[in-house]
Design a protein around this ligand. Structure first.
Ligand SMILES: O=C(O)CCC(=O)C(=O)O
Length: 405
């Protein structure tokens, strides 16, 4: 019964997507283009004269792929996959202090054009060959394409973590000697955007052990899509640690809500923030992206982080693998691969062999605890923040056992 319920929940978005977009084929969109021009004011479509068209249409049911994918991309800078040590990139003490005091840091041009092109090509391949694990977010129209733990299924992304300077940047930002990838997300075009929220899909780690990262392959359009943060809001003591959505008019946030940082993003820019920092992404007003906004983001764990079993809470959604870690054990597992000082060959091999991943049994076991009332409500709230809840337009409503509304 429970299995049937969960199965329906997991299938719901795909069924909805299929019915509402019956027969819609993917566009032969120029995803491989090096720079998609942001929606510009000079564009008649953005002035309401021409109906705006999505640059990317959602996949049909039969287009989804399973298992491991490898677009066999050549890495930039003569890097030999699994041989060359990761690159380095120095950030300044002043940047680290900005992160610590403001709760968010923008590093302009952290990744070169070569890396941006690499990520765009990897994304283009992924979107043209959609993976099954993307269907919940993609078919329900939250994003044009979104997939959690993309590094597990697509070798181009794991190679990015193993060989780029991402680990080196994050270890400096976190003042730590080790970085493990806790969870990641490939996010293409956040349709109607994310409302104000804090992050609690950080994988199985404590908030203080996590650092959020966000690497953009595109410029944000001039009219929408900029990330906005409440400066210093990581210091707040009023937002429920389990909350996803945050009402910034709530009592206790007065001193933070008046100081907002809105970032103008260019390709290769990287944002790093504290998981408690309250932030939002304003989507396209009509939910239609006629240019690309491709981002690779996620959470890394600092050295010494201990496994936190989140079974029974919404947090488990970012930890659906069948590993053997138990509460408070050091996070030392191929499911959370080390990327600084350098990748571990055994962990990388286990990824390549498909030992690391998810299967339906893992999901049923781990989501089982969500059948409880309170947890169900929180899980529901996670989908709300993605814009799929009531009052957010035409997105489907996902009902869970125990969810109140
Ligand atoms: O860029 C996005 O689409 C969402 C980013 C975000 O708010 C997050 O990763 O927490």
């Amino acid at each position: 019964m429970l299995f049937a319920g969960l199965f329906l929940i997991l299938l719901f978005p795909i069924i909805t997507g299929f019915v509402t977009n019956n027969g819609v084929m993917r566009t032969t969109s120029p995803l491989f283009q090096s720079t998609a021009s942001p929606s510009s004011t000079a564009n008649p479509s953005s002035q309401g004269l021409i109906k705006r068209e999505k640059i990317l249409k959602e996949p049909a049911l039969w287009e989804y792929n399973f298992g491991l994918q490898d677009p066999q991309l050549t890495l930039p800078n003569d890097i030999v996959a699994r041989v060359t040590p990761p690159e380095t990139y120095e950030i300044t003490e002043s940047q680290i202090r900005t992160l610590e005091s403001d709760g968010v840091l923008l590093i302009k041009g952290a990744f070169s054009d070569a890396w941006v092109d690499y990520l765009r090509t990897a994304t283009a391949h992924q979107v043209s060959n959609p993976h099954f694990w993307s269907f919940a977010g993609t078919a329900s129209k939250l994003y044009d394409y979104i997939q959690r733990n993309i590094w597990q299924t697509n070798a181009a992304f794991s190679n990015f973590y193993y060989h780029s300077a991402v680990g080196d940047i994050l270890r400096q930002a976190g003042r730590t000697e080790e970085i493990r990838l806790s969870t990641d997300l490939l996010m293409v075009n956040p349709n109607k955007g994310f409302k104000w929220h804090q992050d609690n899909q950080n994988g199985p780690i404590a908030v203080e052990d996590g650092l959020r990262f966000w690497i953009s392959m595109d410029a944000t359009p001039s009219t929408h899509g900029s990330p906005v943060y409440l400066t210093q809001s990581h210091l707040n003591t009023c937002v429920d640690p389990e909350a996803v959505f945050v009402d910034i008019n709530m009592s206790g946030l007065e001193s933070y809500r008046t100081s907002q940082k809105k970032f103008k993003i260019s390709p290769g820019d990287m944002l790093i923030w504290h998981p408690k920092t309250v932030h939002k992404i304003d989507g396209a007003p009509d939910g239609i992206w006629d240019s690309y906004r491709r981002v690779l983001g996620g959470t890394v764990a600092k050295g010494g982080a201990k496994y936190q079993d989140k079974t029974g809470s919404g947090g488990v959604l970012s930890d659906l693998g069948r590993h053997e870690l138990k509460q408070d054990e050091v996070l030392n597992s191929a499911f959370f691969p080390i990327i600084y000082p350098r990748f571990n060959e055994k962990e990388a091999r286990e990824r390549d062999q498909g030992v690391v991943g998810r299967n339906p049994k893992d999901i049923v076991n781990k989501l089982g605890g969500l059948a409880g009332k309170a947890a169900g409500t929180r899980f529901f709230s996670f989908f709300q923040v993605l814009g799929s809840g009531p009052g957010t337009g035409d997105h489907p409503v996902i009902k869970l056992p125990g969810a109140k509304k």
